[in-house]
Design a protein around this ligand. Structure first.
Ligand code: HEM
Length: 394
């Protein structure tokens, strides 16, 4: 495959959910390829890491959206991401990030270990003898954990899978008019949901993140605007489970393929993150002429950073196409790097490090029952169903 053919595969929503061969072709070409005027794909590990850590590069923010798409504010899903920390730049990003990091501390996450362990055991107890692990485990578990942390009532959990699937379509490299419409409707529904929840928490404050973020908005000289409050609540909820679901399902499918045995949970999860990255790409813009992977890129260029490709760069990883949980010096870019490094990385890792070994231990005879089905997405990469039987385990 040539580099041009690889780019065509990655831009085709019908083909880009199987990107590995295209990544290999890009690696043979070099760390960066120009796709169009001012538009590049970056696949080399050092080049991607360098762009993410370069403070002169910018996230895809409202200013860039204005330049590309005059009526983007008519799509509420696009607008919500643009108002959140994910798609803002300093000084807004620094302010929001500091605030969220203040409530989302390492200590608060570590304290969740017992809650997560209890939720995993409960989910494993309830598994049917035959069924789909996406429905019965990899969705309900991360939804249960993030809603507990945010303070979203347990009885509302059922709606979030559909809403998150629809909303996150706008994070793909290409989307259809139908994706756009469903994403917009999902954003409106979530907004309505959080408007009611915020009113309840203001009336009766609790020890949860919804109350803490509302207080940050309401305080004198409020640190968050109303739009930012809504956007970051939505981001935390959706980013908090949609990606973790994919990490769990990718890990389970690899476990089924490689024998249900996990010696070192932390190393195992790092290798799942590298080999089958739950987030395959993000974007940055250059604010000035910049050298990327040895190529001079002009100011205001759009760089699609292929995290999943960087994690399979043969210049960085020996035998990148081999799943090897014993790999040393493994440092995948799956959670990004630099100023926007994933705020939830410790939580996602903890959930996977508890869930995957618990599943392997509890059901040593876990066997696939038919083929797992890939989600029809490139960026948020996971499985829509992983049918298994527990037979022989209990
Ligand atoms: C940012 C991946 C789980 C919240 C990011 C970024 C990546 C990522 C790649 C950086 C995007 C960029 O630089 O443009 C993942 C993966 C996860 C995961 C692979 C699971 C396996 C979570 C969880 C939460 C979360 C559990 C919250 C509870 C966030 C937030 C940001 C972010 C708030 C934006 C940070 C900022 O812009 O400063 N995530 N994430 N993520 N993630 Fe995650």
């Amino acid at each position: 495959m040539s580099a041009a053919q690889a780019v065509a595969v990655l831009l085709d929503p019908k083909a880009n959910h199987e990107p590995v061969a295209a990544y290999e072709a890009l690696h043979a070409h070099g760390p960066i390829v120009q796709v169009a005027d001012g538009y590049y794909f970056v696949s080399g590990y050092e080049a991607v890491a360098g762009v993410l850590r370069d403070p002169s590069t910018e996230a895809y923010d409202a200013r860039r959206l204005d330049q590309q798409w005059s009526d983007w504010r008519e799509n509420r899903a696009v607008e919500i991401f643009a108002d959140s920390m994910l798609r803002t730049n300093p000084p807004q990003h620094t302010r929001m990030r500091r605030l969220a990091a203040g409530v989302f501390t390492a200590r608060r996450v570590a304290a969740l270990r017992d809650v997560i362990t209890a939720q995993v055991e409960e989910a494993l107890d309830a598994l049917p003898p035959e069924g789909d692990l996406v429905t019965h485990l990899t969705y309900p578990l991360p939804i249960g954990v993030i809603t507990a942390l945010l303070g979203v009532p347990a009885e509302d959990r059922g709606r979030f899978r559909r809403l998150a699937e629809a909303l996150t379509a706008v994070l793909e490299v290409r989307w259809t008019a139908e994706d756009r419409r469903l994403a917009h409707e999902a954003a409106l529904e979530l907004e309505d949901y959080f408007t009611h929840l915020l009113a309840q928490r203001r009336a009766e404050p609790r020890e949860d993140l919804v109350t803490a973020l509302a207080a940050a908005h309401d305080a004198d000289g409020g640190q968050l605007t109303a739009a930012e409050l809504m956007a970051n609540l939505t981001l935390l909820l959706v980013a908090g489970f949609e990606t973790t679901t994919n990490l769990l399902s990718n890990g389970i499918v690899l476990m089924l393929e490689h024998g249900n045995k996990i010696d070192d949970p932390a190393a195992y999860v790092e290798e799942v993150l590298r080999f089958d990255s739950p987030v395959q790409l993000t974007e940055r813009y250059t604010s000035k002429k910049t050298l990327v992977g040895g190529v001079e890129v002009p100011a205001d260029a759009e760089l699609v950073l292929l995290l999943g490709a960087a994690n399979r760069d043969p210049a960085r990883f020996t035998d990148p196409g081999v799943f090897d949980p014993g790999r040393t010096g493994n440092a995948p870019l799956s959670f990004g790097a630099g100023a926007h490094y994933c705020l939830g990385a410790p939580l996602a890792r903890l959930e996977a490090q508890i869930t995957l070994p618990a599943l392997a231990r509890r059901f040593p005879g876990l066997t696939p029952q038919g083929k797992p089905v890939r989600r029809p997405r490139m960026n948020l990469r996971g499985w829509s169903s992983v049918p298994v039987t527990l037979e022989g385990s209990v």
